[in-house]
Design a protein around this ligand. Structure first.
Ligand code: GLC
Length: 431
């Protein structure tokens, strides 16, 4: 189905230097139509820098941008994109894309190599460029990168004489002790640990960390073999289930990133698992815990080491865009070194350009940026590249089974056994 663009998206250029150039006022060429580029990005968290950058591009070029906001949760965002791209709609030119989507959506995206100058990806983390390259086509430019982290209340650990936990067992015990003490002291809403437990992509990220940090593998290994049905993975899921109602509110079964940040920022949790974007917000004006927060690698199980799921976002151009050159130019602008630096300084986002991790201003703005570099380079990727097109089904199966374990409807061993069979079936159809 082809949906034509509304006429209002074309307008004659009127003001500004870019506009003068476009209108040919300088070169004496005939006037050129300014276009409107629609970009789907911004979702209420730190990704809200995107509209700011997009408007700067519009100012500089004389074109205009329409920022289309998308649902907050990544799984809902994906459904919207699947509908939009599936109907070959030209309504959106540029899309903000999760790191796990290139394999699934790549066919609907242009090859940016055809539009960007040679060397456009130089200086970007090669692993991210590889992640976004599907069958030799560069389907998205890396914008910012993410890794799961443990946030903690430094003041409360000190007050109650505990250290930052290195194992999940220590986290559980410390959370139990401090939660009891804080409740005793009058805060009935206080919880030990808050994480993302809704049945969505965010739970896949959390559960992958629990399983991998128990030495239980990554669901599907790099060779495409299903590895989830093992006792360490089962133990990891059972441990997480034991937190619900004990150190974690029951509401966690419906929590995404933003709800958990809210609980932590209002002073009602000791530990939080979340992404780097939380750092500047938790230390910002609207936070009750500014200046009292620490950040550390996530804990590990008895037979594993700390693992952070790799996340991050990219920008891509729809194949159905009527202005792919301009759209690609906007992508290049937002992902440029200058814009990534501004994003890091203003919102603490992690750049995808390696040298920015040595930039003095970036390092000074966020003391953890250099530690984050380590976490990012050792992060665990979700099995999206190896499962390609099937990734959404793989992830759905994983978060649904995990959600059943957290809800008390299934034990860890049965969950990993069922999941193993489900994934084997999916894999037999080929990935
Ligand atoms: C973050 C990550 C993204 C992940 C999502 C899950 O936005 O960057 O990769 O899929 O969280 O909720």
């Amino acid at each position: 189905m082809f949906s034509p663009r509304p006429c209002s998206r074309h307008r004659l250029v009127q003001g500004g230097i870019g506009a003068m150039l476009l209108a040919g006022a300088v070169l004496g060429a005939p006037a050129v139509l300014a276009e409107e580029i629609a970009i789907a990005c911004g979702s209420g968290d730190a990704a809200d820098y995107c509209p700011i950058a997009a408007r700067q591009w519009a100012e500089q070029t004389g074109h205009s941008v329409q920022v289309v906001s998308t649902p907050n949760g990544t799984t809902e965002k994906l459904s919207l994109y699947q509908q939009l791209l599936g109907s070959e709609s030209s309504d959106i030119d540029v899309l903000m894309m999760d790191i796990v989507w290139p394999g699934m959506l790549g066919n609907h995206l242009v090859d940016l190599n055809d539009y960007l100058p040679e060397g456009a990806t130089e200086g970007f983390f090669p692993a991210l460029v590889d992640n976004n390259t599907v069958d030799g086509r560069l389907v998205a430019m890396p914008w910012y990168t993410d890794a799961g982290l443990l946030y903690y209340r430094r003041d409360l650990l000190e007050k109650h004489g505990h250290s930052v936990p290195e194992t999940w067992q220590e986290l559980t015990e410390t959370a139990e002790a401090i939660q009891a003490a804080e409740r005793e002291a009058g805060n009935d809403d206080f919880w030990g640990y808050t994480f993302q437990g809704r049945a969505y992509e965010g739970l896949t990220c959390n559960a992958l960390e629990w399983v991998a940090s128990h030495g239980g593998g990554t669901l599907v290994n790099a060779e495409g073999e299903v590895t989830i049905d093992n006792p360490r993975a089962a133990a990891a899921l059972d441990l997480a289930a034991s937190w619900i109602g004990n150190i974690t509110p029951e509401g966690a079964l419906n929590h995404t990133e933003e709800e958990t940040r809210g609980i932590f920022q209002s002073g009602n949790a000791l530990f939080l698992r979340n992404w780097p974007y939380v750092w500047s917000l938790a230390n910002g004006e609207a936070s009750e815990v500014a200046g009292k927060v620490g950040m550390a690698p996530l804990p590990h199980g008895p037979e594993g080491e700390s693992k952070a799921t790799l996340g991050g976002w990219n920008l891509a151009v729809s194949r159905y865009s009527e202005h792919p050159e301009l759209a690609a130019d906007l992508v290049a602008f937002i992902t440029s070194r200058e814009q990534q630096k501004a994003h890091a300084l203003r919102m603490g986002m992690n750049p995808t350009i390696e040298s920015l991790y040595q930039d003095e201003e970036v390092l000074a703005s966020n003391p953890s940026m250099s530690e984050l570099y380590e976490t990012l380079t050792n992060g665990v990727p979700r099995p999206a590249t190896v499962t390609g097109d099937a990734y959404a089904r793989v992830s759905n199966a994983f978060f649904n089974r995990t959600h059943q374990v957290l809800s008390g409807d299934l034990d860890g061993a049965s969950a990993v056994q069922q999941l193993g069979r489900e994934l084997e079936r999916l894999g037999r159809r080929g990935w």
